[in-house]
Design a protein around this ligand. Structure first.
Ligand code: SF4
Length: 321
C-alpha cells in the first residue's frame, strides 16, 4: 500500500481493502482524502528543503524535508495558522484559520517523500513542529497517526513520530491515555510563569506547575523521554538563571532538552542569543545531568523558521476570529 500511496496524489477509501465495506463507504462520503499539492520548494544550503503546500480550498501550509545520514526528518503542520499566539512565532501572528484534515496531514508526508523520491527502506522521522498546535486538532492528528503507523498505511513506527505541544495540559492527558501514541515534546521556552506567560499566552491557563505535574504523570515506556524544546531569545530567556530553573523543571520527569537559538525574522522584536550564551547555557544543563542538544534551525536561509514563508503568502486570506 505504501508504494501505491507514494505514486498517487488522489486516493480513495475504497483502496483500503482491509477495512469493512460499509466503513469504507462511510469514510468515502465523510472524509476528504485529497492531497495537499506542493506549489513552492526552496532548498537550503544545509540540505533541507522547505515546501509550501496548497490545499483544496487554496489555503497554504508549510513542511520541511531534512535529510540526515541515517534518516529523513519531516517537519509537519497540523493547522493553517495557530490560535496560541506565541509572541516569538511568525505563525502565531497569523491567528487560527482552520484545522487540517487527517488526509491533509498524511498528504504532507506522502507529497514530500514522493517529491524527494524517498527510498522505501530509509527511516523517516516525523515531527509536528510546523504550523499549528497539534493537540488543538487532536482527533484529526490521531486519525492521521493511525494511517501513518498502520502496516497497510505508511508503516512508520510510532516511536519515530513526535508531537510538540505549546502546553495544552488537557491534550497531554488525553494523549497519555492512548494505548498507541506518538512521542511527546513540550515547547517550554520560559522558566518562570511571568516570563513564559509573556511569550506564550497558553501559560496563563496552564502554568509551569500544572505542566510539570501533567508531564510527571505522562506514561512513558522504558527508556522514553519527553523532549523539552527551549527557544533561546537574547536577553529574554538565555540567562544562566533560566538554565538552572530549566534544569530543575526537567529533572521532575525523564526528559531531554533541545536548545533552539532563535531564528530571527522580520518584525519579531527578538534577537538570536550570543554564541557564548548558548555554550554556557548548554554546559549548565549538562552539568545538571541532562541530555542536551542544540538544534540549529534548518533552512534558515530560506525562511525556515515557524511559518515565515507561508505567512507572506497567506496574508491575502482573512483570519477566522
Ligand atoms: S510556536 Fe507553535 S503553538 Fe506557538 S504560535 Fe507558533 S505554531 Fe502556535
Amino acid at each position: 500500500m505504501f508504494a501505491g500511496l507514494m505514486r498517487q496524489r488522489w486516493i480513495r477509501w475504497d483502496q483500503f481493502s482491509t477495512l469493512a465495506k460499509p466503513l469504507r463507504a462511510r469514510l468515502q462520503a465523510e472524509v476528504d482524502l485529497s492531497w495537499p499539492a506542493i506549489i513552492q520548494s526552496q532548498g537550503s544550503s544545509d540540505g533541507s528543503t522547505k515546501h509550501i503546500f496548497e490545499m483544496g480550498d487554496g489555503r497554504q501550509i508549510e513542511g520541511v524535508h531534512m535529510p540526515y545520514d541515517d534518516r529523513v526528518t519531516l517537519c509537519l503542520s497540523s493547522q493553517v495558522g495557530c490560535a496560541m499566539g506565541c509572541t516569538f512565532c511568525a505563525t502565531g501572528q497569523m491567528g487560527i484559520i482552520r484545522n487540517l484534515s487527517s488526509a491533509e496531514i498524511v498528504g504532507q508526508v506522502v507529497a514530500m517523500l514522493n517529491h524527494h523520491a524517498h527510498p522505501l527502506d530509509r527511516p523517516v522521522n516525523l515531527v509536528f513542529m510546523g504550523m499549528g498546535e497539534p493537540l488543538h486538532n487532536f482527533d484529526h492528528l490521531m486519525a492521521a497517526f493511525e494511517v501513518l503507523t498502520d502496516a497497510e498505511g505508511l508503516a512508520i513506527p510510532p516511536r519515530r513520530i513526535t508531537v510538540s505541544t505549546s502546553g495544552l495540559v488537557a491534550g497531554i492527558q488525553r494523549m497519555g491515555s492512548l494505548a498507541r501514541r506518538p512521542r511527546l515534546a513540550l515547547s517550554l521556552n520560559g522558566t518562570t510563569d511571568e516570563h513564559r506567560s509573556r511569550i506564550m499566552p497558553v501559560n496563563r491557563v496552564w502554568g509551569l506547575e500544572a505542566l510539570a505535574e501533567a508531564l510527571g504523570r505522562f506514561p512513558l515506556q522504558s527508556g522514553e523521554r519527553i523532549t523539552l524544546e527551549y527557544v533561546m531569545l537574547k536577553g529574554v530567556t538565555d540567562s544562566l538563571e533560566d538554565a538552572r530553573r530549566l534544569a530543575a523543571f526537567a529533572r521532575r520527569f525523564p526528559s531531554k532538552v533541545n536548545l533552539i537559538p532563535f531564528n530571527a525574522h522580520e518584525g519579531s522584536g527578538y534577537e538570536p542569543p550570543e554564541e557564548s550564551r548558548i555554550v554556557a547555557f548548554c554546559r549548565c544543563l549538562s552539568e545538571a545531568g541532562l541530555p542536551v542538544s542544540v538544534r540549529r534551525s534548518r533552512g534558515q536561509d530560506v525562511g525556515g523558521a515557524c511559518g515565515q514563508l507561508v505567512r507572506e503568502g497567506q496574508s491575502r486570506h482573512p483570519k477566522i476570529p
